[in-house]
Design a protein around this ligand. Sequence first.
Ligand code: UT7
Length: 333
Amino acid sequence: MRRSTVIGTGFYVPPDIWTNEDMAKLMDTSDEWIQERTGIKQRHIAEEGIGCADLAKVAAEQAIADAGMTNQDIDMIIFATLIPDVFFPGSACVLQSKMPFGTIPALDIRQQCTGFIYAMAIADRFIRTGWCDNILVVGSEVHSAGLDFTTRGRDVAVLFGDGAGAVVMVSTENENEGVLDFTLHAEGEHYDKLLIPAPYGYVRGRITHEMIDNAEHYPKMDGRAVFRHAVPRFCECISEVLEKTGYSIEDVDLFIPHQANDRITNMVGERMGLPAEKVVSNIASYGNTTAATIPICICESRQDGRLKKDSLLLLAAFGSGFTWASLLMRWSI
Ligand code: UT7
């Protein structure tokens, strides 16, 4: 039976690093508060003028080369981001303007922290049905372009970092590799618990001076509500994908959770009975890079040898929307 698998990966983070001490120079915060509450020590920040398609290009080039392919082999781009380069069109099209891909379809996914799993799931279904053979799946964010780096925005600004990751998903007939199954969920009644309100789609002109004075173009988050929902939703969707595929938690070789907070990661790992060595955490180095987090973790896990051919890899994420998702796959490279 035709299924999909990953044969190439890549990631890129901009070279500038802002430590917690650097953040404390901009706002009333401290290294101690940030590390204790989140586990974050530093984040990478893109220079002004760099957008998410720029970061994505570097990650995509690596992933395509790693797959032993050229751009011409790719027959669809799926791009997950919450900070598109422009209001429209999507950043998949902006990426096409930077890399020659011909006229292949270019699709944006706006599922925030869950975006990369939604994107992989969509790629899997396009491949399984035979509509595509080789799909470039990218997650990229330049959060720093839209964070409030003053004390007013400190509850959100310290959490996020910039970066990009990409995978190439291809068709395979081998039943012992690739995506086994996934779960996708959303509960839109909580859409206003983590959002950027402006620009508005229902206000003439979309943005006013008053909205800017009220900082409505910056992210707003009810951090406690997000935290409260995150842990049980992570656990539910992990159990669901294991049940769907007939595996148990003991079978999982590596768990890559979305990196929003080390406390969430640790609670989920403990509740699911996963030993710490099977749970990936890189939030200390990057902060929350939203749609880029999972592919960055995948690349680093390959580099440090924790993710290898035949590993049973579990992915899960929760974030704005609220949305949450999980995916189980047999890693094939
Ligand atoms: O990827 C999905 C999206 N995001 C998440 O999953 C985030 C989920 N939530 C969280 O990770 C946590 O709720 C946070 C890390 C955001 C906050 O941690 P918390 O333990 O829930 O803190 P809090 O929001 O209850 O704030 C505690 C105190 C407040 O002061 P008072 O009211 O107790 O005097 C805040 O004003 O900490 C203050 N505070 C800060 N202090 C120093 C908020 N941000 C900061 C800061 N530095 N950056």
